[in-house]
Design a protein around this ligand. Structure first.
Ligand code: AR6
Length: 190
């Protein structure tokens, strides 16, 4: 499937946010993010797609890591994927409590880990908003806000130049379109 860039926001500090309609396993970025569970058993959703395309090394390295608390992120090889690594971040399951705080942490920690590894570009899926049931529109708002804050606040330190949100889900893509339009409006008012 050929990816379509839906929209892009260029921040003042030469860093960018991008929304893409496509398969995250095919993105040409330094690192992609997997929406994982705490046991790193990549059985369904985007996790299964990543292991299917990248190969069993990703599941093997995940098994060596073992347990990851909700809101935290770890990194493995990318196998046959074109990116250099995969960051596995654990979002909350809807209903477990404190979901917004946990989702924000899951996003921030994946951006921080990418930055610690000196990566310049990252692609994230709509973490928690599939099998884990977090509302899609709220997820997208949190994704865009956290990424924007990270790029602006970590201006002097982060290696990241491009944060991309990638989705194959039509409803999520619509939410991304709206959120990017809203964010641009806000930026223009500054
Ligand atoms: N590219 C981009 N987005 C995708 C792709 C893809 N190839 N495949 C799915 N999505 P989910 P979660 C979208 O369920 O809610 C797994 O079993 C999907 O449409 O993958 O955090 C894990 O092992 C949705 O919008 O993640 C965990 O147990 C978004 O990615 C659990 O699911 C996230 O959906 C995690 O559930």
């Amino acid at each position: 499937m050929a990816a379509i860039v839906i929209d892009q926001i260029h921040l003042d500090n030469n860093k960018s946010l991008r929304a893409v309609y496509g398969d995250i396993t095919e993105r040409d970025v330094d690192v992609i993010v997997n929406a994982a569970n705490s046991y790193l058993k990549h059985g369904g959703g985007v996790a299964a797609a990543i292991v299917r395309k990248g190969g069993k090394i990703i599941q093997e390295e995940s098994d060596k890591i073992g347990f990851v608390p909700v809101g935290s992120s770890v990194i493995t090889a990318a196998g046959r994927l074109s990116c250099k690594a995969v960051i596995h971040t654990v979002g909350p399951r809807m209903g477990e409590g404190n979901e917004v705080t946990k989702l924000r942490a899951a996003i921030r920690n994946s951006l921080q880990l990418a930055s610690d590894r000196k990566f310049k570009s990252i692609s994230l899926p709509a973490i928690s908003s599939g099998i884990f049931g977090f509302p899609k529109d709220k997820c997208v708002k949190i994704l865009v806000k956290e990424a924007k804050n990270f790029l602006v606040n970590d201006n002097n330190t982060t290696s990241l130049e491009l944060v991309e949100f990638c989705s194959i889900d039509d409803e999520t893509v619509d939410c991304l379109k709206k959120e990017f339009a809203n964010s641009k409006g806000l930026l223009n008012c500054l």
